[in-house]
Design a binder for this molecule. Structure first.
Ligand code: HEC
Length: 242
């Protein structure tokens, strides 16, 4: 009898202790601190096409390396903020990020982020925990893992080989002839060849554009120059074999 009682007693004590600890934890911080940052890292895949978590590496949207606690629209070096976001007067914290991720349009009407929202509240909390974690100086490690884990690091166009390095480009009527350093000439209908610039440190060398296949069927490609003035300097208007 005594023995059983003792066991009962200790169980009660354990339950009481657990209840107290849980109570303290819940009282100690906002409920939103519950997110799981590791899960959040996975949820970030929905953002990674437009945002990096590497400081200074902007894409369609600004780098989110230090978003936590910042005033909206103030990340250094991002030049494409909407007036709406810059003038919103919002500071990014648990509450505002939750509202933004649930429905960007309703928090800041007229913003330019093309994202319809994340309906799952738990997923939002995980993502917020992740963003908070990398903003506390964890961005370096997170950025380092990004290439391997998320596969989102952009290729360095200076490292491409002779199949992609362009020797010459001619334009005749509706056709571009692009000759690469390996001696091959590729022909494109002019509306299927996209002329782009990449002036970042990952862009092609000066005066040496690169050809990157685009699309599934192989009839489209991107011709990437290091600056806009190179486009007409390098492409020669010339008809061969006529
Ligand atoms: C299609 C591209 C795109 C996707 C996907 C996207 N964003 Fe954005 N995001 C943007 C753009 C562009 C802006 C700037 C909007 C503006 O200036 O109105 C922005 C702005 C933001 C801002 C405010 C930045 C600041 O400096 O105030 C946060 C925070 C943000 N995005 C988080 C996210 C998260 C988290 C996800 C994933 C759930 C996500 N975004 C998905 C393009 C995107």
């Amino acid at each position: 009898m005594m023995k059983i009682r003792e066991i009962d007693m200790s169980n009660e004590k354990v339950f009481a202790a657990v209840a107290i600890v849980a109570g303290v934890m819940m009282a100690g911080g906002p409920a939103v601190a519950d997110g799981d940052a590791e899960q959040g890292r996975k949820a970030f895949r929905q953002c990674a096409a437009c945002h990096s978590i590497e400081k200074g590496a902007h894409r369609t949207g600004p780098s989110l390396a230090n978003i936590w606690g910042r005033k909206a629209g103030t990340i250094d070096g991002f030049r494409r903020y909407s007036k709406a976001l810059k003038g919103a007067g919002v500071v990014w914290d648990d509450k505002t990020l939750d509202q933004w991720l649930a429905n960007p349009k309703s928090l800041i009407p007229g913003n330019r982020m093309v994202f319809s929202g994340m309906a799952d509240g738990a997923e939002r909390q995980d993502l917020i925990a992740f963003l908070k974690g990398i903003s506390d100086g964890g961005a370096e490690t997170a950025g380092g893992m990004q290439g391997g884990m998320m596969g989102q690091r952009l290729p360095n166009l200076k490292e491409l080989g002779p199949n992609n390095q362009v020797k010459s480009v001619t334009h005749c009527a509706d056709t571009y002839d692009v000759t690469t350093q390996n001696g091959e000439t590729h022909q494109f209908w002019e509306l299927n060849l996209r002329l782009k610039t990449d002036s970042s440190e990952n862009g092609p060398p000066k005066g040496a554009p690169v050809l990157i296949p685009g699309g599934m069927r192989g009839d489209r490609a991107n011709l990437v120059f290091s600056s806009p003035e190179e486009i007409s300097a390098i492409i020669k208007e010339q008809c061969k074999n006529e």
